[in-house]
Ligand binder design. Sequence first.
Ligand SMILES: Nc1nc2c(ncn2[C@@H]2O[C@H](COP(=O)(O)OP(=O)(O)O)[C@@H](O)[C@H]2O)c(=O)[nH]1
Ligand SMILES: [Mg+2]
Length: 297
Amino acid sequence: MTKRCGHVAIIGAPNAGKSTLVNALVGQKVAIVSPKAQTTRTRMLGVALAGETQIILVDTPGIFAAQRRFDRAMVAAAWDGAGDADMIALIVDGRAGAGPKVEKILDGLKDRPERKWLVLNKVDIAAKDKLLALTTKLTDKCAFEQIYYISAATGDGLEEFKTALADNMPEGEWHFPEDQVSDATDRLIASEITREQLYLQLHEELPYASAVETEKYSEREDGSLEIHQQILVARPTQRAIVLGKGGTRIKAIGEAARLELAKLMGVKVHLYLHVKVYAKWDEDRSLYRDIGLEWVE
Ligand SMILES: Nc1nc2c(ncn2[C@@H]2O[C@H](COP(=O)(O)OP(=O)(O)O)[C@@H](O)[C@H]2O)c(=O)[nH]1
Ligand SMILES: [Mg+2]
């Protein structure tokens, strides 16, 4: 059989299920997922295999009307991820439907030269008649070559979608070794796993106001990993929330992140978390670089 390899940009509004879909297609967790919008901050590659085809999935931050610099950098990274893709897959939350965010994406998408497919996600919780009405509304605004109905969470419709993607990738050599599932460094993965716990365990706006930096990542003689991270927050009150009463919250965050990391890396992990108040972390150029974002003026 002929070898194939291509890039598929996964774009959509925040919370559409883009990262869940990338993980499901890859077959393991490469992108963090949470019920909160804007969990994904940068462009990340997940590598899926289907027969002789390597599908390089470009997971992107959600696209929305961004005001703050940090948000604009995320949206820029999302559109950037679509450039030169062999295919753009627009993921739409089948239950939430097409709000102003989706409309805005369609505007940006409709005149782009790349091939475009529409993927309606969350069919497990969306009403059938609503899905059809939604499909009409979306296809009226932008010409999609193909339309798929899936549930990234249950796996419904996923095999068919994956096979179709594979068949539509260009012929060519694989870009990644067979066992590589993402382009993220271990340091970045470690930061992301802790950030996922911040999203899952803290409420309100706090997760958006924080960032995680891996400062030290080393292997001990016994093969275990020693990881030191800083959780950056903007204000002392936020630091208190992350710490929790008597340090209970940070302990729970660290424990959950440590277990998840140990599972992912396959070795024992020693994780040390420090919470630091850094009022303007979102104005720090070098931090953008660490996170994988371009600075936008
Ligand atoms: N019921 C249901 N929930 C989903 C599905 N796909 C994703 N989700 C949930 O939607 C939320 C956002 O998912 P995420 O992948 O982070 O969305 P992203 O912002 O587009 O990357 C999470 O709580 C997911 O568990 C699906 O097919 N069905
Ligand atoms: Mg995401």
